[in-house]
Design a protein around this ligand. Structure first.
Ligand SMILES: [Zn+2]
Length: 186
């Protein structure tokens, strides 16, 4: 179940990433932060996606595949940490209470994304919260999550984690956290 969810979300989230065909999802091992899905992807590009422009040059697209998988591993660990997934109705207030430096107010979404916010908060804290870091807005837009922050210090790590979370949210059901897809249309 855990491994299946990981595999489906990873396949969709990395669909356009170079070398994704080399992704091999291994065992799930217990850890203090929850079940950790092991994976290998020897050919997966370590770079952010680049989309070529018609006149030459390129624009940067989705975050690097290995970074997305790193955040997905943590998402899965958070979601299954206490057994079968369950988000209490107070999950948003709980997150703001446990991670006050990350969330000065409870993040705004349905419960399915609670483990995305949680994974982000934990990863940013563990790396070290950037100087002057704060969340200024959280919302859903066009079916994916938006998490706007400010910082004075070097926030490249936090910024990249948040980009991975934004990207993953398109493949995670906002209501229950299971693998999901964006619907076409409005
Ligand atoms: Zn759902």
């Amino acid at each position: 179940m855990i491994r299946d969810e990981f595999t489906v979300i990873a396949g969709r989230a990395l669909r356009l990433h170079q070398g994704v065909e080399s992704l091999d999802v291994g065992a799930v091992r217990p850890s203090p932060v929850g079940p950790i899905v092991e994976w290998k992807a020897p050919l997966l590009s370590p770079d952010r996606q680049r989309r070529p422009l018609p006149g030459g040059g390129h624009v940067l697209g989705a975050p690097a595949g290995p970074d997305i998988l790193g955040v997905l591993v943590r998402y899965t660990a958070c979601r299954w940490r206490q057994g079968p997934p369950h988000a209490p109705s107070t999950w948003a207030e709980d997150l703001a209470f446990r991670h006050p430096a990350i969330f000065p107010f409870p993040p705004s979404s349905h419960a399915g994304w609670s483990w995305l916010w949680q994974a982000g908060a934990e990863m940013i804290e563990e790396y070290g919260i950037p100087k002057g870091f704060k969340t200024v807005d959280t919302k859903e837009k066009f079916g994916s999550l938006r998490w706007h922050t400010e910082a004075n210090g070097d926030d490249r790590h936090a910024d990249n984690v948040i980009s991975c979370i934004d990207h993953l949210s398109s493949f995670v059901c906002e209501y229950c956290g299971a693998p999901g897809l964006l619907r076409k249309g409005s």
